[in-house]
Ligand binder design. Structure first.
Ligand code: F6P
Length: 359
């Protein structure tokens, strides 16, 4: 590169999602082919920089991975260098290893770093950028809750996975005259729930942004029964909560959401008088082959990230805004979680279609 950048590292942090490999592939292909760079793959997020687990990535390594889910670099949630936990005998010690990140990046000869991450990883990334690490970020999260970008890598695939599950559940719900409750991921945001529910013809969609009344949800279900349709599909986001109640955690100590599907199923069975079954889609939404949308988005983001490095425009996250790829400060992306506006077009579209949002 004209600005002297010769070696670029790339890592994937936090939870995985479909489309990460497409981005890695694009960085390697264009990095080598256009910019004559050496690309180093850092393993398991920032942990790879703490432990110096890195390897050169050549074209051979990225051949045939555009359609593969997961990440060839590995990912972990336990990679925060500012609160890095290490076992010392019986004890687990928490240390600040951020200094090691900068030192090891320099020892590995990295002139710049590409970080693929969601909210948690980008908070770490922003702090490292402030400390002087030259980097650019690419947004990835099935939750789609990063501000400043219309969409992040992985979201589209997750929505389609959830939608396909809803498509398949319709027939069995109808045959058995049952209510099928489908619990989807999304953390504190209802994007997956709302979009998959609209696309998959759900009757009720419950999301974190709209505390729900179970009575309202039941009204919709019993209304259908009166019309001769004694079956319903209910989509509930893992972070949804009933009016006056808190979120449901499967593991409160580790803030792992889950269990709301089971909870409302019992209530629906009672108030709607229909047999009710639950499906928790879980990590299915994070797996599988990325959609064409995610492959193209990942490729566009990766190429733009390289452009930013060539310009020396560090500390930025690439973003999709009104169909255009742009660069925004990482701090804008993490300033607040992007959640569904209960009064915006998406929510009102659902209600105009007769879907109950439990309000
Ligand atoms: O952020 C992505 C996500 O899949 C959330 O939707 C979900 O709450 C969480 O990660 C699950 O995390 P883990 O894979 O660590 O259980």
């Amino acid at each position: 590169m004209a600005n002297g950048v010769k070696r670029v590292g790339i890592l994937t942090g936090g939870g995985d999602c479909p489309g990460l490999n497409a981005a890695i592939r694009a960085v390697v292909k264009a990095g080598i082919g256009i910019y004559n760079l050496e690309i180093y793959g850092i393993e398991t997020g920032f942990e790879g920089l703490i432990k110096k687990y890195a390897r050169p990535l050549n074209l051979e390594e990225v051949r045939g991975i555009v359609n593969k889910g997961g990440t060839i670099l590995g990912a972990t949630r336990r990679h925060d260098p500012f609160h890095y936990q290490e076992r010392a005998g019986e004890e687990i010690k928490t240390m600040d290893r951020s200094g090691d990140i900068l030192q090891h990046a320099s020892e590995l000869g990295l002139d710049a770093l590409v970080v693929l991450g969601g909210d948690g990883t980008l908070r770490i990334t922003e702090r490292l950028s402030q400390m002087g690490l030259p980097l650019v970020a690419i947004p990835k999260t099935i939750d789609n809750d990063l501000s400043g970008t219309d969409v992040a890598i992985g979201f589209n695939t997750a929505v389609i996975t959830a939608m396909e599950a809803l498509d398949k559940l319709h027939s069995t719900a109808e045959s058995h005259h049952r209510v099928m409750v489908v619990e989807v991921m999304g953390n504190k945001a209802g994007w997956i729930g709302l979009e998959s529910g609209i696309a998959g013809g759900a009757d009720v969609i419950l999301i974190p942004e709209i505390p729900f009344s179970i009575e309202k949800a039941c009204e919709k279900i019993t209304g259908r029964t009166k019309l001769g349709r004694p079956f319903s599909i209910v989509v509930v986001s893992e972070g949804a909560k009933a009016l006056g109640r808190e979120e449901t955690y499967i593991d409160p100590k580790r803030y792992r959401l889950g269990g709301i599907g089971q909870q409302i199923a019992a209530e629906i069975e009672k108030c709607a008088g229909l047999e009710t079954r639950v499906l928790v889609l879980g990590h299915l939404q994070r797996g599988g082959s990325p959609t064409s949308f995610d492959r193209v988005l990942a490729s566009r983001f990766a190429i733009h990230a390289l452009r930013l490095i060539a310009q020396g425009n560090f500390g930025k996250m690439v973003a999709l805004r009104n169909a255009e790829v742009q660069a925004i400060p990482i701090e804008t992306a993490i300033a607040s979680l992007k959640t569904v506006d209960p009064n915006d077009d998406l929510a009102s579209t659902a209600e105009a279609l007769g879907i109950s949002l439990g309000r």
